[in-house]
Design a protein around this ligand. Sequence first.
Ligand code: XMP
Length: 319
Amino acid sequence: DWTMAAYKDEAIRKIREQVGDRKVICGLSGGVDSSVAAVLIHEAIGDQLTCVFVDHGLLRLNEADEVVSMFRDNYNIPLIHADESDLFLGELEGVSDPEEKRKTIGRLFIDVFQKHADRIDGAEFLAQGTLYPDVIESVSFSGGPSVTIKSHHNVGGLPEKMGLKLVEPLRELFKDEVRALGRELGLPDSFIGRHPFPGPGLAIRCPGEITRDKLEILRKADAVYIDQIRKHGLYDEIWQAFVAILPVRTVGVMGDGRTYDYACALRAVTSVDGMTADYFPFTHDFLGETATRIINEVKGINRVTYDITSKPPGTIEWE
Ligand code: XMP
């Protein structure tokens, strides 16, 4: 795509002009946006870039390993892997309000990121994979007062607190454009095609209190669901799909026994930019088969529901 090739060259030129011979830190989340930003900046300034990957313990199954091996092994990008899951999960104990969760995670993320970034001598810039929809959705609605629907933890007070200047090479782009840019940069299709994943991670897919127990159940159920979606060739037709574990246990029967386990909700939506979304019209066969697999394969869940809310009025995530 010649347009994206030109955009890439221009973006690289701008990064070099802004940064010169100084150092940049980039927070990697494992998502497409921060990954594309990191690879683009690495192409522009090489080892003047160091990435910091904060593992908050709220990632999907195997996700941390996949991200680390991709950046260290395939791209040779200097990467600090900070496993801070004990800290995050400890501080989240007893927290069930969605905004309080987001704020707690955002605050810890800043502290932890700063702690690790301080070890990188002389860094002056912070790179972020902020997209155009992040900018508008979290800032204001035109004509009215500034309103925040949900606090996004990737658009926050980090740069001021650390005295760093921002590098945001994706700020003018929508998601599909970021993917095109990622392809232009040679990122593997399997990575670029990944569904978006929110900064606060599984915390906002676990309404109510977050426990390690629930997170483990959620990870397993999510892995089965995504496996089903891939097996049926539907992954690329869907903008985002995930399981939310509900803060309610229900009664079921299994064999001769009674069960009393968690209910979960499957979510899958189509969208162009995440600002509006429609629920995905799975066939009943698909839904039935998936429910059976989750209940058989995931200990701790005995009821599966499908969320058919569009955005608006719902949001894509549950919190
Ligand atoms: P909602 O749930 O608001 O989400 O309809 C729209 C899109 O944004 C993602 N999302 C986030 N991404 N930090 C992020 O980086 C966040 O705090 C956050 N909250 C929601 C969500 O997954 C969806 O793709």
